[in-house]
Design a protein around this ligand. Structure first.
Ligand code: ZN
Length: 348
């Protein structure tokens, strides 16, 4: 008996047949796994990650319990450096073995929520965490930098909270796609912030690493005094931005882990002399995962539209290679936003 796994080979992935976990070793049958920006960063060599099998966003079915679906909580609460699919082998495979010790937390999936959409539970939960930390009142004007899946779901959460969101992305065709397919006229769109974006109460930094420095500079130039900046995406270790010269940005993200908010924020002075509260976190909590799946269930059409590509493992290899090469459209010219890999179906 064998199973399918997407195994790292240099800078890419290859579909391989690997042995199934031996009889008697409990496992989770993976149904769907989402491709995250951090997976791409590891493949590009932009961030460390020793796992041969990537993948941390997803939904599976407990062995021998048809219909009992679970989602994965990837960051180990006791040791936040241990991350499913980054520091140890993840879920880009048809079966994930449970060892009983050091396993990721498994959270029950929302009953009835389609597996494609359960996959978004983890990224939406991480988004909720940032909003929890930011503590913004309704009506706040927020800028979201980065028009990938994470940025787009932050705009959605802003709209749900009655905020006034601006989406800042470098590609016009992605902004046009977001306007026509997701948000319409209720959101401001800009390819660069200063000049076209009004003064902001908060910034959510959701770009990849290559875009982080520019986004920080633009945020610093558009935030008002005493505004909040949420560092959503990971930043390179030791990155000091000229936008906030005195701050260890990754240190900000280390303050809060897996739903805890007591680590608070860092007061920073922007290069322009304005005071800004920087907040960040890693991981997410079980409660945030459950809240996230509620939110997804209430607006299946939106989250379905965000999930542009649900594909089998073989096809995922090609699309992931496209994303590693920073292509933002599939070979047919359609916007390539969230890729979800289909490994199996429930109840079989
Ligand atoms: Zn992720």
């Amino acid at each position: 008996l064998s199973q399918v796994a997407l195994v790292r080979t240099g800078a890419g992935l290859r579909e391989r047949s690997v042995p199934v976990p031996p009889r008697g070793v409990p496992s989770v049958k993976i149904l769907r796994a989402g491709v995250c920006g951090t997976d791409l960063q590891i493949l590009r060599g932009d961030r460390p990650g020793g796992a041969a099998i990537l993948g941390h966003e997803g939904v599976g079915e407990l062995d021998g319990e048809p219909g009992r679906l679970v989602v994965f909580n990837p960051v180990d609460a006791a040791d936040p450096e241990r991350v499913l699919g980054h520091s140890y082998d993840g879920i880009f495979r048809s079966r994930f073995p449970l060892r009983g010790d050091g396993d990721p937390e498994l959270v029950p999936a929302r009953p009835g929520l389609p597996p494609d959409l359960c996959t978004l539970g983890e990224p939406v939960a991480a988004g909720l965490y940032g909003w929890d930390l930011a503590g913004l009142p309704a009506g706040a004007r927020v800028g979201v930098w980065g028009a990938g899946p994470i940025g787009l779901l932050h705009v959605k959460l802003a709209l749900d909270r009655g905020m006034e969101p601006w989406l800042i992305g470098s590609r016009r065709s992605r902004l046009e796609w977001a306007r026509s397919r997701l948000f319409g006229a209720g959101v401001g769109y800009a390819t660069a912030a200063p000049g076209s974006v009004p003064e902001l109460d908060a910034a959510f930094l959701c770009t990849d690493r290559a875009g982080a420095e520019r986004a920080l500079g633009e945020a610093a130039a558009t935030l008002r005094e005493d505004a909040v900046a949420v560092l959503v995406s990971a930043v390179p270790d030791g990155l000091r931005s000229s936008a906030f010269p005195a701050v260890d940005l990754n240190g900000v993200r280390r303050r809060n882990v897996n739903g805890e908010t007591g680590g608070g924020h860092v007061e920073a002075l922007s290069g322009e002399g304005r005071r800004v509260r920087l907040v960040g976190h890693r991981g997410t909590s079980r409660r945030q995962l459950l809240r996230a799946m509620d939110i997804i269930d209430r607006d299946r059409a939106f989250f379905g539209a965000l999930t542009t590509h649900v594909v089998d493992p073989g096809a995922a290899v090609g699309l992931i290679a496209d994303r590693c090469a920073r292509r933002q459209q599939d070979p047919e010219g359609a916007e390539l936003v969230k890729i979800v890999i289909r490994f199996g179906e429930p109840g079989r």
